[in-house]
Design a protein around this ligand. Structure first.
Ligand SMILES: Cc1ncc(C[n+]2csc(CCOP(=O)(O)OP(=O)(O)O)c2C)c(N)n1
Length: 376
């Protein structure tokens, strides 16, 4: 019976707050809550919390109302995203965190982070609310509203005490079915012809520029090159949170009908291959990841990455469940892949950075202009 359970109360509060996407990672204490959320709200299961911050930011930028539901340890995995993405651009995100390490906690590994979390959040400038008993559950509603009205993240640390004695059902685990794994893949990396700048120019010249298509551009020089080539209202320039450009692209594609192009880099994708896993799990027909591979961390001085000799990003995408992948070495390859809106385009380029000016907008200006353009 779920009717009067604390879990049902949480779901009711989420629905009253018109939450349309829940990005989740499990904790033993919320094993009854998570399936109930998934039955009521579109749920994106995550493989790492930081990736969820990116997906939820994309959902919000695209006009949706996301929430994250995770174990409190995951806050440690996403602190940079909360500061360099959410606080920097003023992007709201209510995070329901099953607060481990304090109440009846026997797992020693939970103590260190769990007990310090209030201090860590306070010193990080991240708003938080502690809910220690069921009678305080209405504070969840207040915290969600606070997050959206003040456009910043709000962590709700929920003590395991509130679920005690709950009669909420815990579903049986699903059965594992047999399946075949097809590992045939042949790819050739040729000597690069293009620079990143030329690749971005090709993107801008090929896609629909009549204020239709969305571009999310990776942090550092790729964003500056895009700005220089063609600034558009539907360009979202990343300023930090390395690794989250494709996650934001995914979040946008979930909530928007427009086509979303995420310009990613090899170093950034290798920092967050979790984005590929989520994209594999949620194949969107309106999302194209353009992985511009210069085999280096170009923006920080061209230090080599392991795509130079070891990892093939197209194969990594395929291994993550993304089927429609392609390599591009020339302008023609790239335009053709863009025209047919391939899911993942692996563009091989030379390590070179164009001399570009700084983007003259603040994070808030980038966000506001982008969101306004989506409303029209
Ligand atoms: C967590 C974190 N670590 C390191 C950096 C520094 N950094 C900024 S851009 C960048 C390189 C990104 O490389 P890649 O994604 O390959 O894109 P490229 O600049 O080569 O186009 C690095 C390492 C950072 N911003 N954040």
């Amino acid at each position: 019976m779920n009717a009067d359970t604390p879990e049902q109360k949480v779901v009711d509060i989420l629905k009253q707050n018109r939450i349309d996407i829940a990005a989740t990672l499990p904790c033993d204490r919320i094993k009854a809550l998570l399936p109930l959320i998934a039955r009521n709200i579109k749920t994106i299961p995550l493989t790492r919390e930081e990736n969820g911050a990116g997906i939820c930011a994309g959902v919000y930028l695209g006009g949706g109302r996301p929430v994250m539901v995770i174990q409190s340890t995951g806050i440690g995995n996403m602190i940079n995203a909360l500061l360099s993405l959410n606080l920097t651009y003023s992007i709201p995100l209510p995070i329901i965190a099953s607060w481990r390490g304090v109440y009846k906690e026997s797992i020693e590994a939970q103590w260190q982070l769990g007990r310090r979390l209030p201090e860590i959040l306070a010193s990080s400038g991240i708003k938080f609310t502690i809910i220690e008993s069921l009678k305080e559950i209405e504070r969840l509603d207040e915290a969600i509203k606070e997050s959206f009205s003040n456009s910043h993240p709000h962590v709700i640390l929920v003590s395991p005490a509130i679920w005690e004695g709950s009669t909420c059902e815990i579903p049986e685990p699903s059965q594992i079915c047999s399946r075949n794994v097809n590992s045939e893949f042949k790819g050739t990396i040729k000597k690069p012809e293009l620079t990143r700048y030329e690749a971005i120019k090709t993107i801008v010249e090929t896609i629909n520029n009549e204020n239709e298509d969305i571009i999310v551009a990776n942090l550092g020089i790729p964003s500056k090159e895009l700005f220089e080539i063609r600034d558009r209202e539907l360009n979202f320039y990343m300023l930090g949170s390395m690794g989250l450009v494709s996650s934001i692209g995914l979040g946008l594609s979930i909530i928007q009908k427009k086509h979303v192009y995420a310009i990613d880099g090899d170093g950034s994708l290798l920092m967050n291959p979790n984005a590929l896993i989520s994209i594999g799990e949620y194949p969107a027909t309106n999302l194209t990841i353009i992985a511009i591979d210069n085999a280096s961390y170009g923006s920080t001085g061209n230090q080599e990455t392991c795509t130079q000799s070891l990892i093939d990003l197209e194969l990594l995408a395929k291994a993550s469940g993304i089927n429609d992948t392609v390599k591009a070495h020339s302008q023609d390859d790239l335009s053709e892949a863009l025209r047919r809106k391939a899911q993942f385009i692996h563009v091989i380029v030379k390590p070179a950075n164009a001399r570009c000016k700084e983007i003259p907008f603040s994070a808030n200006e980038i966000k506001k202009r982008f969101m306004k353009a989506l409303e029209t």
